[in-house]
Design a protein around this ligand. Structure first.
Ligand code: ADP
Ligand code: ADP
Length: 230
């Protein structure tokens, strides 16, 4: 199945704000795409739907073929643990714990034994270029290194989909560029990656750009006929 299939998706919040409307979107396995939009355009709402942290009020969201609306909260937690990795602007690492322990958290709900979790975490840290920082705590690492730890945590379980929310937003331009390069490299190795950003400079570096504005998908570089429909 495709990694993501949105069909007629809308999300209206209690109180009446429609944050997303009529969104159709297909992301195949192996793609690397940006979801680009200004503040208030619906990016966080989109991220919450793609991450199965929220359900649409209209239409359907399928992640790796699973229809989110048809699933219980417990089933969604299991889907998230098995299939989705998250990376955030603020890293969200646990302070005072080593890089390896932080990455091992990415396998907590997968039924993997602790010893195996730590082994795979060290391996994931090597994959993101931090093989020499296994025992360092977040405060001993640079911003770019912290984000690499967060990325290792997101991919250690080999998710179908990696969702990165403004992954370079808290980094200087040099570290930001190397984080984007890392995402490109992980994608080349098979991970489907979606970068959610307001930064067109970031989006421009990715092979597919999907733009949302006022809750609507207004352009998609993979679907040229949509351009101009705004
Ligand atoms: P972005 O992440 O692009 O800034 P959001 O998805 O956060 O966009 O917001 C889109 C619109 O939905 C905005 O008008 C915002 O105020 C509104 N919104 C977002 N979350 C909620 C919520 N939980 N309750 C009510 N309105 C919300
Ligand atoms: P960011 O741009 O840093 O992602 P947002 O402004 O999009 O921050 O929203 C942060 C959180 O607040 C999200 O969980 C979003 O759903 C919620 N939120 C945004 N706008 C509103 C709103 N008008 N009412 C209630 N919650 C909101």
């Amino acid at each position: 199945p495709p990694a993501v299939e949105l069909s007629g998706v809308g999300r209206t919040y209690p109180g009446g704000v429609t944050a997303l409307q009529d969104v159709d979107l297909l992301i195949h396995r192996g793609e690397l795409a940006a979801i680009l939009g200004p503040s208030g355009s619906g990016k966080s709402t989109m991220l919450n739907l793609l991450g199965t942290l929220d359900r649409p009020t209209t239409g359907s969201v399928r992640i790796d073929g699973c229809d989110v609306s048809a699933m219980s909260d417990r089933e969604l937690s299991a889907l998230r643990a098995a299939s989705i990795g998250f990376v955030f602007q603020q890293f969200h690492l646990s302070p005072g714990r080593s890089a390896t322990e932080n990455v091992a958290d990415g396998l907590l709900y997968t039924g993997t034994r602790r010893r195996e979790r730590l082994r795979r975490s060290a391996e994931a840290l090597h994959r993101v270029g931090l093989g020499h920082r296994l025992d360092h705590a977040p405060h001993e690492l640079s911003g770019g290194e912290r984000q690499r730890v967060a990325i290792a945590r997101a991919v250690v379980g080999e998710p179908v989909l990696l969702l990165a929310d403004e992954p370079t937003g808290n980094l200087d331009s040099v570290s930001g560029a190397s984080i984007l390069e890392l995402l490109v490299r992980l994608n080349a190795a098979g991970t489907t990656v979606l970068v959610i950003t307001h930064d067109s400079g970031v989006a421009r570096q990715l092979p597919r750009r999907i733009e949302i504005r006022d809750g609507r998908l207004v352009s998609d570089s993979a679907v040229p006929e949509r351009v101009g429909s705004r």
